[in-house]
Design a protein around this ligand. Structure first.
Ligand SMILES: NC(=O)C1=CN([C@@H]2O[C@H](COP(=O)(O)OP(=O)(O)OC[C@H]3O[C@@H](n4cnc5c(N)ncnc54)[C@H](OP(=O)(O)O)[C@@H]3O)[C@@H](O)[C@H]2O)C=CC1
Ligand SMILES: CC(=O)N[C@@H](CCC(=O)OP(=O)(O)O)C(=O)O
Length: 352
């Protein structure tokens, strides 16, 4: 087979839900070799002790985070750690030449004052933050291709921005009227134990949370403002829904032209996403289910117009752990490395 060489990659935060998805997907990726797994409380343990179902295929152990060692072994590093940690690790890895993909919120904001205001964490890495590119390939493919550091989007922003972007970019809606109502499965909260994620709390129940103050609001607003060409505020309400995986985001916005009908919007969306293999626009009258996307890197978008209110109603469904997190990070890596964007990513959902 000649001298084919796989690119060595590492994951910091391998024991978490994002980490285990990255492990699963990267083990099957044809261009990379997983050579490093890092963590904190699990450091020193074989990965298979944490996830025995992968014992037959992963024989790496979790190591304490040492940026010298990581940079020595890895060309590409995924940081799947809680907010506020990547900004301490990434600058050292970048300095040593690694490409870095951060799954947390640390490198999603072009204005660090916004990050500090919403996340309550002071930052010293202004220059590093200025290098970062927002990792939503369907909008920023060209920037990602040139980037050394990508701040991968949150799960709600991924679903919501894919639904809203064509309307904003083409100037089809009155931007200030946009309202996002989104529902997420409990894996969105990560693997750490939390009372509201207990089966007894979350099962058979549905509630909004973070109303008028969820930290994904400024992230969505940042990108929407860029698309609209002026500063925007967006109403965003997340809900926790009793299932494990999936986000359904429903976006409402008033159309500027009351003459636009559903099929016009479907045509516009299909044109907007014509080069985006991971976005599927549903046929007229078809509205997506989270189950369709589950296990895949796909985002399904359904579109309707209510002629009585003059509003567009756009529904997007993703798997929060794949297109909303680990899959999207790998999609970005593919672009950064000059590979096909779809490489190593699941194209079909589990269904049912
Ligand atoms: N879950 C989701 O749907 C999404 C999550 N995200 C973001 O992705 C990131 C990871 O999320 P998720 O996988 O859900 O989180 P989890 O809580 O499941 O996992 C967190 C991971 O971070 C590691 N970690 C914690 N502290 C440290 C430290 N000091 N040094 C090294 N590693 C550390 C943990 O390692 P250990 O166990 O060894 O302590 C664990 O592997 C977060 O920033 C999250 O906000 C983004 C999009 C979607
Ligand atoms: C259901 C649930 O709890 N979801 C998480 C979103 C996860 C995510 O994407 O968070 P980051 O922006 O920190 O990466 C939440 O609302 O906090």
């Amino acid at each position: 087979m000649g001298n084919f060489r796989r690119v060595p990659v590492g994951i910091v935060g391998a024991s978490g839900y994002g980490g285990v998805q990255l492990v699963r997907l990267l083990m099957d990726h044809p261009e990379v070799e997983l050579v490093y797994l890092g963590g904190d409380s699990t450091a020193g343990k074989p990965f298979a002790d944490i996830y025995p179902h992968l014992a037959h295929t992963v024989n790496l152990s979790i190591e304490a985070v040492d940026t010298e060692i990581i940079a020595h072994r890895c060309e590409v590093v995924f940081l799947s750690v809680p907010n506020g940690l990547a900004c301490q690790i990434a600058p050292k890895l970048l300095e040593k030449g690694c490409k870095v993909l951060d799954l947390s919120a640390d490198y999603r904001f072009s204005n660090l004052a916004t990050y500090t205001a919403w996340y309550g964490k002071q930052r010293q890495d202004t220059a590093t933050a200025a290098m970062a590119v927002y990792g939503l390939p369907e909008l920023y493919r060209d920037r990602i291709a040139e980037a050394q550091l990508v701040g991968c989007p949150g799960c709600y922003p991924t679903a919501s921005l894919l639904a809203l972007s064509p309307l904003l970019k083409q100037g089809l809606i009155i931007p200030e009227t946009a309202i996002i109502d989104a529902k997420s499965g409990t894996s969105g909260g990560g693997r750490e134990a939390k009372i509201n994620m207990l089966l007894a709390e979350a099962d058979n129940s549905l509630a909004a949370y973070g109303v008028a103050r969820h930290r994904h609001t400024p992230e969505i607003e940042q990108i929407c403002s860029e698309l609209a060409g002026h500063e925007l505020t967006i109403q965003f309400t997340p809900h926790l829904i009793p299932m494990v995986r999936g986000i359904l985001s429903t976006v409402y916005a008033s159309l500027r032209d009351p003459g636009l009908v559903r099929d016009d919007l479907i045509t516009i969306y299909r044109a907007f996403y014509r080069n985006s293999a991971w976005v599927k626009i549903c046929d007229p009258g078809i509205y997506p289910q989270t189950k369709w996307a589950c296990g895949s890197n796909l985002c399904y978008i359904g579109i309707e117009v209510d002629p009585r209110t003059g509003r567009a109603i756009v529904m997007s469904a993703i798997d929060n752990l794949i297109k909303g997190q680990a899959g999207q990070a790998i999609q970005c890596m593919n672009i950064m490395m000059g590979w096909d964007e779809t490489l190593g990513l699941p194209k079909l959902g589990f269904y049912p």
